[in-house]
Design a protein around this ligand. Structure first.
Ligand SMILES: [Zn+2]
Length: 105
C-alpha cells in the first residue's frame, strides 16, 4: 500500500493533517528549507535530451492546498495532460513504420 493523495479523512489524533505526507514518488528532502520551498514534492529526475524532467507538486502544510502535480521539463512547466500528450507524440514517432512502401515516383 502506498500513501495516496486521499488523505482527507479526519483522524482523531492531533497530527497536522496532510502537511508531512509525500506523494509516493517524492524523493525530496524535506525539513532542510524554509517556507514554501519545503512544501514542494519532487520526483526523481528523468533526463530528456540534456534537460531534466521531473514531477513536482506543492502541498501547503497549513491549509492542505495542493498545487500540481505538474512536470518541469527544462524551463517549461507542463500539466500532466500536456506531459501525456508529449509522451504519446514521442511514442507515435517511435512507432512509425520503418519499411519503405511508398513509390518515390
Ligand atoms: Zn515530499
Amino acid at each position: 500500500m502506498t500513501a495516496s493523495h486521499h488523505q482527507a479523512e479526519t483522524r482523531g489524533d492531533d497530527a497536522p493533517f496532510v502537511s508531512r505526507t509525500c506523494p509516493p514518488w517524492c524523493v525530496a528532502a524535506h525539513g532542510v528549507q524554509d517556507g514554501e520551498e519545503d512544501w514542494i514534492h519532487s520526483s526523481e529526475p528523468v533526463m530528456v535530451t540534456g534537460m531534466s524532467a521531473r514531477a513536482c507538486m506543492s502541498i501547503d502544510p497549513d491549509t492542505g492546498a495542493v498545487d500540481g502535480p505538474y512536470v518541469l521539463l527544462g524551463e517549461s512547466e507542463l500539466t500532466m495532460d500536456e506531459t501525456r500528450a508529449l509522451g504519446a507524440s514521442l511514442i507515435e514517432l517511435a512507432g512509425l513504420d520503418p519499411v519503405p512502401g511508398r513509390d518515390l515516383g
